[in-house]
Design a protein around this ligand. Structure first.
Ligand SMILES: [Ca+2]
Length: 639
């Protein structure tokens, strides 16, 4: 890989000075009964900030003005950002997978990682309502929309911090600074080109070139390194010609003019509209630029095109396509309708790197709404929906990836072929390219894509594709209103998969509904080291069955702290599972309003405090675990 990386691994153990500092964002994360509770009183809402005298730069500083107490830690915290500077909007992928703890053999799965991106004005995600300024997980990504210097802090904890309650020993914070440049400076004067179909250039930055064009093609000469092309909001281009990005950035294709009526994702009702009139056109094409980073961002454009249905794909274009050996690209706040594939293409022989698709809505593409693969892939806050023919989102490679806060639904609406909302697979196990591994699929809502809404593993039974080290957490799996009934919400044909804090709603599924199936699809490496912790499964029907985990793998799947509830026959685990502390059938978990979708635990629930201690540090909604006298059962921890 030719990316310049900024590695900041550090071993904190031998460093001379440690600091405690109060951190109100971590409220509820600390301490359980006994000593833990006492320590929790003292250090409630506390995090450890490590201030290294040897690194008294702005990347390692104690929280402002709080009392500091020297403490040791056994954790080695690493943050590797995909970049440390660039022009806004700037997407940065953060890799903390080199973080280690002597007491956690599986640091990727078993440590708590909490990110504060230092960007408090970044708002909330449309789908999950969670803050964009915070996230969990050993990999994360963030888009910095405004210029400035941002201190990104990662707080890591291990089980010692929970069980012993002494957060000072097993908690550590590391930070890094991201410098985001001002686009009005980087693209000053004639480095910005404003394009309109008419003569109104209201809102065009001062000093910019102004161009009138009825098609996109004539704007091609304006695409160059260090340039910004802005299309007028309110204008519509019906075009037979597109744009090809042939030069490395920094570059930007976006919009000028006042944003009218932004939706929950930030898409403006008057964002410039581009309608492709040609089946074969990639409206914006991004071929490889040999040896260079692309460093482009494309945002705030509404693109529509013919829903090309040639089965071979030959001759069908995309809205933004050709992503092949492309690096450092952000697709932000795009609205895409139609085409054969809305966004993406490419293949794993020439992989992409550091690709982010954020806050975009893609629908109506005939085959896949998004077909993408990359190292350091971030898909955040999008709505991908309505694939007439096939899968909604197909990720063919994610070597380090974050798929969070998306709504992904409605596969095979016309064909009835029963394709997936998310198909996540990867390169062959014996190939030399980066494998699909080390990724988080979290806070998504998957729906209306039976019989198997989410599939993690090889693309088919004949493919020897390995997928491993995946965290599936805080997702909502819905079964109702699907053209093909759901049988299994989540297929796992992969290794080292942790499934935690998810909600499975089996209502509307086939009579024998399974939330998670762990098995071997064909010739891929057999499933191993799969865990299902703290999930909630509910179905409303009065007949049929509901099983959270069915495992046919030779390796035993751990099934712990889960709740399964509904009138049908209920089971937490069948097959080769190790079950512990689950609540299935029998006593009601006393959900607050299960038919209404509220699975919080009511007072007196037998699920409160009756789970076993697990490396699950937060719940579906973000409440820290454990609360009160121990871990609860299910996806929600009673505060
Ligand atoms: Ca509890």
């Amino acid at each position: 890989m030719q990316m310049q990386r900024h590695a900041e691994a550090m071993s904190v153990l031998p460093r001379p000075v440690w600091w405690y500092a109060l951190d109100p964002e971590n409220r509820g994360e600390m301490g359980i009964g006994g000593r833990a509770r006492r320590m929790g009183e003292r250090f409630r809402a506390a995090a450890v900030v490590l201030a290294l005298c040897a690194a008294c730069s702005n990347s390692e500083s104690p929280a402002q003005g709080n009392p500091v107490i020297p403490r040791p830690t056994n954790l080695t915290v690493s943050i590797e950002p995909s970049r440390t500077s660039g022009v806004a909007p700037l997407a940065v992928f953060f890799d903390a997978t080199a973080t280690a703890s002597p007491v956690s053999a599986r640091a990727f799965h078993d440590l708590s990682y909490q990110w504060d991106f230092g960007d408090s004005g970044s708002g909330t995600w449309a789908s999950s309502g969670k803050s964009r300024n915070a996230d969990r997980g050993p990999v994360a990504a963030h888009v910095f929309e405004k210029p400035g210097q941002y201190t990104v802090a990662l707080t890591v904890r291990d089980m010692g911090a929970r069980l012993v309650g002494d957060g000072g020993i097993d908690t550590a914070v590391k930070s890094t600074v991201i410098t985001v440049e001002d686009p009005d400076v980087v693209f000053a004067g004639q480095q910005t080109v404003c394009a309109s179909t008419g003569s109104d250039f209201t809102g065009c930055p001062a000093g910019a070139e102004q161009v009138t064009a009825a098609e996109l093609g004539p704007l091609q000469p304006r695409l160059a390194s260090g340039k910004r092309l802005l299309l007028r909001r309110g204008d519509q281009w019906a075009t037979t010609t597109g744009l090809v990005i042939r030069t490395p950035g920094p570059g930007l294709i976006g919009a000028f003019g006042t944003c009218v009526s932004p939706d929950a994702r930030g898409l403006c009702a008057n964002d410039p509209k581009v309608q492709s009139l040609v089946d074969t056109l990639n409206v914006i094409d991004m071929p490889a630029i040999t040896g260079e980073k692309n460093d482009w961002r494309i945002e705030h454009i509404s693109l529509s095109g013919p829903a090309c249905d040639q089965s071979s794909g030959t001759g069908c274009g995309t809205a933004v396509g050709g992503l092949k050996n492309v690096r450092q690209v952000l697709l932000n706040c795009l609205k895409v309708e139609g085409f054969r594939v809305g966004l993406g293409t490419g293949d794993w022989e020439i992989p992409n790197d550091d690709i982010a698709i954020v806050s975009s809505e893609v629908s109506g593409a005939n085959v896949n709404q998004v077909y993408i693969g990359a190292s350091r892939l971030a898909l955040l806050g999008n709505a991908f929906h309505d694939s007439p023919d096939s899968h909604v989102l197909r990720v063919w490679q994610a070597h380090l990836g974050v798929i969070r806060h998306n709504v992904i639904e409605n596969a095979s609406t016309a064909s009835g072929l029963g394709r997936h909302a998310l198909k996540l697979h990867g390169p062959a196990a014996d190939s030399a390219v980066p494998k699909t591994e080390r990724l988080v699929v979290g806070d998504n809502s998957f729906g209306a894509s039976g019989p198997w809404p989410v599939a993690i593993g090889p693309q088919d039974a004949a493919a020897n594709e390995s997928v491993k080290d995946v965290i599936v957490e805080n997702n909502l799996f819905r079964s109702a209103t699907t053209s093909t009934p759901v049988q299994i919400s989540l297929h796992i044909w992969a290794q080292d998969v942790t499934v935690r804090n998810n909600v499975f709603i089996g209502t509307g599924a086939t009579s024998e509904y399974v939330g998670i199936d762990v098995s071997r699809r064909g010739v891929e490496p057999a499933a191993a080291r799969v865990s299902a912790y703290n999930n909630t499964l509910f179905r409303a029907e009065t007949a049929g069955s509901a099983v959270l985990v069915n495992a046919a793998s030779s390796d035993v799947t751990a099934v712990k702290n889960n709740v399964v509830w509904g009138p049908p026959a209920a089971s937490a685990g069948t097959g080769t599972v190790q079950s512990e502390a689950n609540l299935a059938g029998g006593a009601s978990p006393l959900f607050l309003d299960a038919p209404g979708g509220d699975f919080h635990l009511g007072a007196g629930s037998p699920a409160i405090d009756t789970g076993v201690a697990l490396p699950v540090y937060g719940d579906f909604g973000g409440v820290g675990r454990p609360q009160r006298g121990g871990w609860d059962i299910g996806a929600f921890e009673a505060p």
